[in-house]
Ligand binder design. Structure first.
Ligand SMILES: NC(=O)CC[C@H](N)C(=O)O
Length: 257
């Protein structure tokens, strides 16, 4: 914990990360104290992870999306930081991977199950073959264990911006994840060819969330492109991105009392 009892939110940076400051702003707004740390610095001092109350993997084009989006970052995590990250989850630390961060978490084998061996799902090129950048409808999933998406019972909108967001996995794995409450959110329509229209997955503890939409870009009512038409109710409601991040910050705060 940092001063003033604001949970410490550690945000990973790497070459090509570009949503780290927006995520820091969102954590700040939700009551945490963010710090941006370069992957290389954490590789030389993995103990820095032990001081984190929350961990974020932001969006971007890490290592230029070379080989595949998130692949180089994920391989470095798997090789140098796997155990400290698994220890953090066992300590009850909420972790979020947004867009490129989601690609990193699945390719590092931290989602859908950090305690399983290797990678069981992937995120690949959108079926359209094109980068998609727009706001989309999201359907809440009633039985999810996800700590981050609790209290989001009504459909809501979030922005997406990705070229490699198609979740690919076997039918058996999808059925298992659905039954086990690990599907955290679903697109209202097919936007990228993802199996089961899945937009986000969590681990069996519900602490680790990976999602292609960007909650950190939906923490103020004015960020919604239709804000002026949606009226007073929209402007006085807590935006869904802020709800997600606040849920995790509260969880981290309670775990530290
Ligand atoms: N916004 C992002 O994080 C983009 C992720 C990745 N570079 C992609 O295009 O799929």
């Amino acid at each position: 914990m940092t001063h003033q009892n604001r949970p410490d939110a550690l945000i990973f940076r790497a070459p090509g990360t570009n949503c780290d400051r927006e995520l820091a702003h969102a954590f700040e707004r939700a009551g945490a104290s963010p710090r941006l740390v370069h992957l290389d610095a954490l590789i030389s001092d993995p103990d820095a992870l032990d001081r984190a109350d929350l961990i974020g993997f932001p969006g971007g084009f890490s290592y230029g999306d070379d080989i595949a989006a998130g692949r180089v970052f994920a391989d470095r995590l798997r090789r140098y930081l796997h155990q400290p990250l698994v220890n953090a989850i066992h300590r009850g630390v909420p972790i979020i991977g947004i867009c490129n961060g989601f690609q990193v978490l699945v390719k590092a084998g931290l989602l859908p199950d950090p305690d399983a061996d290797g990678q069981s799902v992937t995120l690949s090129h959108n079926t359209s073959g094109r980068f998609v950048d727009r706001w989309v409808g999201i359907e809440p999933v009633a039985n999810t264990r996800c700590v981050w998406t609790q209290d989001l019972a009504q459909p809501y909108d979030l922005p997406i911006a990705h070229g490699e967001g198609r979740l690919a996995l076997s039918d058996n794995t999808l059925q298992y994840l659905e039954a086990n409450g690990q599907v955290a959110l679903r697109y209202a329509e097919d936007v990228n060819g993802s199996a089961g229209r899945v937009a986000g997955l969590c681990d069996p503890t519900g602490l680790v969330l990976g999602l292609m939409p960007h909650p950190e870009r939906c923490c103020d009512p004015l960020q919604h492109p239709q804000w002026s038409r949606l009226g007073e109710a929209h402007q006085s409601a807590t935006p869904p991105g802020l709800t997600m991040i606040t849920n995790a910050v509260r969880h981290a705060g309670m775990a530290n009392v």
